[in-house]
Design a protein around this ligand. Structure first.
Ligand code: GLU
Length: 298
């Protein structure tokens, strides 16, 4: 990326709960970094999981972010309005022979792995899919979905072979105050070698969700011209998969910053389900946006 290029940041929450201090850290970091470099900040509503996304949570996102003092470009992209974009990306992967239909249930896979201590697991700890359905007769992605198939998976071995060597990304510091002051402090970043194989044959579409987070995020980041992805460390490993999909789909690679997660007093990761750290609960208790900034170290 050259310094002349306009930089585009995004904060991309899922409206399936109220924003908590961890989201505030991510949103404020994006906002501050965009402002420091004269870049743009987008807000994207990641509501592909239509069973969990709720309009009241989306409304609360706008309210909480405005309270924090954030400003973002309109219109806001809502993923649930763009399933066609994700289906087209999937069709491309399918035409490359990289997708197969899978009829195994999550519980089937859990059962196969049960009690086997050396069963390989993905970075999130889920047992890797052994590829049971990989050699079944091929049907196109659209056929499978029309017939009510359970899931579509990426054939990781073929995808990795096709993507070739040298799959990397540039990771910049996010948490140290000096790095946050500007890109000049960390001009090169660190080159990270992507290792998508650790995810195995990931699910890209489920019957009840027409696109996975992984497909939607890479398609949207490219469509929206995002140059800088700033998000939690919990998505660091997923970046390997995102880089693989970007290369297969000829999409540009943004720069990445994976920031530390805000922890509670017990050192545990904050969860949307714990109401006490929700921004609106803190607001009701009398917290100000400055209190939030202090608490997250910004
Ligand atoms: N929607 C994701 C979340 O709320 C964030 C995705 C991303 O930043 O890439 O955790």
């Amino acid at each position: 990326m050259t310094s002349k290029e306009e930089r585009v940041f995004r904060f991309a929450p899922s409206p399936n709960g109220y924003l908590h201090l961890g989201h505030a850290y991510s949103a404020l970091l994006n906002f501050d970094l965009a402002r420091q470099c004269g870049g743009r900040l987008l807000l994207r509503i990641e509501d592909i999981d239509t069973r969990r996304a709720r309009p009241e949570f989306e409304a609360a996102i706008y309210e909480d972010l405005a309270w924090l003092g954030l400003d973002w470009e309109r219109p806001v992209r809502r993923q649930s309005e763009h399933f066609g974009d994700y289906a087209r990306a999937l069709d491309r992967l399918d035409a490359m022979g990289l997708i197969y239909a899978c009829d195994c249930k999550r519980s089937d896979i859990a059962q196969m792995a049960a009690g086997k201590r050396d069963w390989p697991r993905d970075p999130d700890g889920s047992p890797l899919y052994p590829g049971t359905c990989r050699s079944k007769p091929r049907r196109t992605a659209r056929e499978v979905l029309a017939e009510g198939g359970l899931a579509l998976r990426l054939d990781m071995r073929r995808a990795s072979t096709l993507a070739g060597q040298g799959l990397t990304w540039r990771e910049f510091g996010a948490d140290s105050p000096s790095l946050r002051r500007g890109a000049a402090d960390d001009p090169q970043g660190t080159t990270i070698a992507a290792d998508p194989a650790e995810w195995g044959d990931v699910v890209l579409v489920r019957k009840d969700t027409p696109a996975s987070y992984h497909i939607a995020v890479v398609v949207d980041d490219a469509l929206q011209g995002v140059t800088d992805v700033v998000r939690g460390k919990d998505l660091f490993e997923a970046t390997s998969l995102h880089r693989l999909l970007q290369r297969l789909l000829d999409l540009p690679a943004p720069d990445y910053r994976h920031h530390g997660l805000v922890l509670d007093e017990n050192g545990e990761k904050l969860a949307k389900s714990v109401a006490s750290t929700a921004l609106r609960a803190l607001r009701a208790e009398g917290w100000t946006p400055a209190d939030v900034r202090r608490r997250v170290g910004l």
